[in-house]
Design a protein around this ligand. Structure first.
Ligand SMILES: Cc1ncc(COP(=O)(O)O)c(C=O)c1O
Length: 403
């Protein structure tokens, strides 16, 4: 099918809920995708922060192929070698206190289970989250999402959700109390425009949670699995070494095979009894093979280091570029704040075959590239941005021709 046929068919038979780019992706390798028309695009959006190991990493492909030959799926009612390996591997890279995994299928489901476990561990119901945070679209997660219109479209909301201001411990103290089950946050608020908080904020949250017997949940659906240049935001220098009680994960975890997970400490895991949690597809063999291979690929190819290097290169390359106010984020989760709206830049980049993301802040362009992005690939982007700032479209297309 050519692009027009693909578009017309999708538009006719799918509910029109996504704002799509005008391309159809047919195949991918590393940081690149090829369209139905045979055109090659540099993917700095990483398929919405999913393709951390790059598109179709050979190690991941092989693991999925081998597993598919053996058995695609059996439920959690039997043991499985590949599930055992996935859980062991995930726990081995997690902050020390997080000793057990629960597998599910997506980010929103991971957060639903994280909140449920916090309620079970405390016997309380209230959940504190943050303005600007995004946690997913199922009932409890969307009720925890104090960003834009989400709570509105998720009505009726689950009761017991309140919000505080990200980075402001006094605002948390004003709403968190001895009735609170959990404080949950994205350690970097991605969709809100890659908003960051100082390490001290995480330390203060941990102290408050300990004082009041509240569970601390890090929603690391975006920041987890190496994206910040560390395996997790939790436990590292950006969080002042703070370890939460639960980390929720999805996106990068399976390199594109749908999978989510909660990592929990003993305080939480010890209260979970038989049949308290569950999901049919969670821990299925195919997704577990993808998890093991994803973590191995990140390790084997030194992708934590390349993610950290990508941030350094971007910061250096974008420093002083006219029209750019600030660069936010860590590793391969970057928000470029323009002095003006970034939509025209986003469109222009796409016309020149570079895919980037926007955010709910109209001035912030988001980059969520594969962690294996190369120096040359980042330079391609930096050159385009430089050219854009010098304005004329001629310069931009000349650059395009040269790259
Ligand atoms: C921080 C965060 N949490 C949760 C989710 C929801 O994940 P999913 O779309 O897999 O349900 C997202 C999705 O963008 C996210 O960015």
């Amino acid at each position: 099918m050519n692009f027009t046929d693909i578009k017309n068919t999708e538009d006719q038979f799918q509910v029109a809920t996504y704002k799509k780019m005008g391309i159809a992706v047919e195949r991918g390798r590393g940081s690149w995708v090829w369209t139905s028309e045979g055109e090659k695009y540099l993917d700095l959006y990483g398929g919405h922060a999913v393709c951390a190991t790059g598109h179709s990493h050979p190690h991941v492909i092989k693991a999925i192929q081998d597993q598919a030959e053996k058995v695609l799926f059996y439920s959690n009612l039997v043991y499985s070698d590949v599930r055992a390996k996935a859980a062991e591997k995930l726990v081995s890279i997690a902050p020390k206190s997080l000793t057990k995994a629960f597998f599910c299928n997506s980010g929103t489901e991971a957060n639903e289970n994280a909140m449920r476990m916090a309620r079970m561990a405390t016997g309380r119901e209230k959940i504190v989250t943050f303005s600007g945070g995004f946690h997913g679209r199922t009932a409890d997660s969307i009720s925890a999402t104090f960003l834009g219109k989400y709570r509105e479209i998720g009505k009726p909301n689950v009761p017991g959700h309140v919000s505080a201001e990200f980075g402001d411990i006094e605002s948390v103290k004003a709403v968190a109390d001895s009735d609170t089950a959990a404080i949950m946050l994205e350690p970097i608020q991605s969709m809100a425009g890659v908003r960051e908080a100082p390490p001290q904020f995480f330390r203060e949250l941990r102290q408050l949670c300990d004082e009041l017997g509240i569970m601390l949940i890090f929603d690391e659906v975006q920041t987890g699995v190496g994206r910040t240049g560390n395996w997790f935001f939790a436990g590292g220098e950006f969080a002042d070494s703070v370890e939460p009680d639960v980390i929720s994960l999805a996106k990068s975890l399976g390199s594109g095979v749908p999978v989510g997970a909660c990592l929990v400490n003993e305080k939480v895991s010890s209260v979970i009894k038989e049949n308290d949690l569950g999901t049919t597809f969670g821990g299925g063999m195919l997704s577990m093979a993808a998890v093991v291979a994803t973590l191995e690929a990140i390790e084997n190819d030194n992708m934590l280091a390349s993610a950290a290097a990508a941030e350094k290169q971007l910061r250096k390359g974008l420093d002083g570029v006219p029209g750019i106010k600030a660069v936010h984020g860590k590793g391969c989760l970057i928000g470029i704040e323009f002095e003006d709206k970034c939509a025209p830049v986003h469109v222009k980049l796409l016309e020149n075959k570079i895919i980037t993301g926007t955010s709910s802040d109209p001035n912030v362009l988001r980059l969520l590239p594969p962690l294996c992005i190369t120096v040359e690939e980042i330079n391609t982007f930096i050159h385009f941005i430089g050219a854009y700032e010098f304005k004329t479209e001629t310069v931009l297309s000349e650059r395009a021709r040269r790259v």
